[in-house]
Write a protein that binds this ligand. Structure first.
Ligand SMILES: Nc1ncnc2c1ncn2[C@@H]1O[C@H](COP(=O)(O)OP(=O)(O)OP(=O)(O)O)[C@@H](O)[C@H]1O
Ligand SMILES: [Mg+2]
Length: 600
């Protein structure tokens, strides 16, 4: 499957490329970034001054050293305090200033992903796993914020700081200190790099387990009723627990590998520190260094290895973030199959003539659904499509709406190939009452308004009346403000259908498509709604899919779709006279009706 093979497409090297995606966000807030960098510089400056201040303090307190006046001593103490405070203060200020940049980036990326996911085709959405997808996106955006903050403010500055310290040590105390510093940093870096690379697999494993368990939970909760119908709570719990167990195991592996990494890093640092302390101690003993020098070196070492340790943490986290972001960018890299041509014009629907010309289509190549379907719906005509379940009736609608492109053949509206115009304009021109209506978890009224978000309350009321929803709404304690529940599950099937009809009536597009639009209604409501629809669709082109043939007797033409082909077409009377599939279907339904009307 096209969406399945992320893993092979993106090797490890993909990882760092992600950083280039962040650049535009930094450029967007250039001033803030610069300001934050200035704060960083001030904080780092303060931290480098501290060991020197300490050295002078110690040396002047040491009886053997040069004595300073009380005032100079007080000055040193105050400077020391000031430097300490500046370090923390400018660090905090930097984070505060930069926070806006990361939040803005998260917002931008969040929106970009949202738009992108909406632009992907139906196929992607039928295959997606909502819970896992949501988790991937969430982890990805958090990862971006982390990456931005730490890449700019930790990795680069820490490396810089290390270089500065090494130079100071080299010029003041000779090569050995500088060599130990650089060597330990080098070993530390190499070790961290290797160990972190090795650990990435565990992070990835953990993320996958996390997404999978979330997918399970969401899927299971969305099917709450079904779970109850079959009393499968235990089964669901077990399946969920299997995922959780996988997650637990992945976490454990992850933690153990972290233990290895941290332990190794601590060892490297400890060895370096021991060597430097030993060397400095020997220097003081030999009289080559003062006590102040010893303090200075010790202080630099603490200051150096603290960020180094932090660097290890940051590097680890960055690799983790990259693994998180990876999924997000893989998602962004998925290309929709149905796309607008470049410079595609909007469609012009005037008369509303629909033509299918030898249209063939298959969801999967091995199983053709439509095999050369041709028909025309003349402007203003009402054409019905009937046929057995699974014949491909709803598929016709999906093709007309361009959820998919035909494998071969042509679909035109008013002579324009629907592949040559923008999808948005095409879809604006067609109103569909789908076979299964799913509603937003919002009020009834707003769900109807969804057909035309800028409609006035009066317009919505009109549509509600036409769809015969008004009586139902009047019977509700909370009236039109009633919430319909997730996916509209608090409404009956027929009520949902009427909401869908009202939406489409509000939209009032030139072309109307009804896919079993009244199948869940009782005969009386159905008749009333059909009358309303007939009135409205009088000057519209309409395509009606129906199982109950009694609802389409008045159609200008009836197409019988079977095995992916139009096997008969004509008016109701003509088809009955032909005595073929349609006549057979009609008689079967008549018999059924008689049986219902006159039960034995
Ligand atoms: N996204 C999909 N991927 C693969 N196969 C699909 C997909 N959607 C539909 N099908 C298959 O295509 C065939 C035609 O489906 P379609 O929904 O068009 O049938 P229909 O004529 O509307 O049936 P019904 O009267 O039951 O609504 C069915 O066999 C169905 O299993
Ligand atoms: Mg269908």
């Amino acid at each position: 499957m096209r969406h399945g093979n992320f893993e092979e497409e993106t090797g490890r090297s993909y990882n760092w490329q992600v950083l280039s995606h962040l650049w535009p966000f930094l450029k967007e807030s250039r001033r803030r970034v610069l300001l934050a960098l200035l704060c960083l510089l001030l904080a780092k400056g303060a931290v480098i001054v501290i060991p020197f201040l300490l050295k002078h303090l110690v040396d002047s307190l040491d009886t053997a050293g040069a004595q300073l006046s009380v005032w100079a001593l007080a000055g040193l103490v105050l400077a020391y305090g000031g430097a300490r405070f500046s370090n923390v203060f400018f660090g905090e200020l930097r984070d505060t200033i930069f926070g806006r940049v990361t939040e803005r980036a998260m917002r931008r990326v969040g929106l970009q992903v949202f738009r992108h996911v909406h632009a992907l085709d139906l196929d992607f959405h039928l295959n997606r796993r909502t819970g896992g997808l949501a988790r991937d996106i969430e982890r990805g955006t958090t990862g971006i914020s982390f990456l931005m903050r730490f890449f700019i403010f930790n990795i680069a500055p820490t490396l810089f700081e290390i270089a500065v310290v090494a130079v100071i040590l080299l010029t003041n105390y000779g090569a050995s200190f500088a060599v130990i510093t650089l060597l330990s940093v080098f070993v530390y870096g190499l070790f961290s790099l290797r160990a972190t690379e090795w650990r990435t697999q565990f992070v990835r494993e953990m993320n996958e387990a996390d997404s999978a368990s979330n997918t399970r939970a969401v899927d299971s909760l969305m099917n709450f009723e079904t779970v109850k119908y079959f009393t499968n709570e235990e089964f669901e719990a077990r399946r969920y627990d299997e995922e959780l167990a996988r997650w637990e195991l992945a976490r454990r592996r992850n933690r153990l590998s972290l233990f290895g990494l941290n332990g190794g890093q601590a060892l490297i640092i400890a060895v370096a520190q021991t060597a430097m302390i030993g060397l400095a101690g020997a220097g003081v003993r030999n009289g080559e260094m003062t006590l102040g020098d010893f303090i200075l070196i010790n202080q630099f070492m603490i200051q150096l290895f603290l960020p180094l340790n932090f660097l290890g943490f940051v590097f680890r986290e960055i690799k983790g973030s990259l693994a998180n972001i990876e999924k997000l960018f893989e998602l962004l890299a998925v290309k929709p199959v149905v796309i607008d041509r470049r410079d595609a014009p909007d469609i012009k629907v005037e008369r509303g003539e629909i033509r299918f010309d030898a249209v063939s289509f298959a969801y999967a190549p091995e199983r053709p659904i439509l095999k050369g379907v041709s028909f025309t719906v003349a402007p203003g005509e009402k054409v019905a499509v009937v046929g057995p379940s699974g014949a491909g009736k709803s598929t016709l609608v999906k093709l007309l709406f361009r959820f998919y492109d035909p494998v071969s053949g042509l679909i035109t509206i008013d002579g324009q190939d629907i592949r040559s115009v923008t999808q948005a304009s095409l879809r604006r021109g067609i109103g569909i009452v789908p076979q299964d209506t799913v509603l937003f978890n919002d009020s009834l009224f707003e769900n109807v308004r969804y057909g035309k978000p800028d409609a006035s309350d009066e317009e919505v009321e009109d549509a509600i009346r036409l769809a015969h929803l008004d009586q139902f709404i009047a019977s509700l304690p909370e009236g039109r403000a009633t919430l319909v529940g997730e996916r509209g599950l608090k409404l009956s099937g027929g009520e949902k259908q009427r909401v869908a009809i009202a939406r489409t009536l509000l939209k009032r597009p030139p072309i109307l498509v009804f896919d079993e639009a009244t199948s869940s209604l009782d005969s009386k409501s159905e008749r009333a709604i059909l009358a309303a629809l007939r009135e409205i669709s009088a000057d519209h082109t309409s395509l009606v899919i129906a199982h109950r043939l009694s609802t389409i007797i008045d159609a200008d033409r009836i197409l019988v779709l079977q095995d992916g082909q139009v096997v008969e077409q004509g008016r109701h009377r003509e088809l009955l006279e032909q005595d073929g599939h349609y006549a057979e279907l009609w008689q079967a339904q008549q018999k059924q009706r008689d049986a219902q009307d006159h039960p034995h």
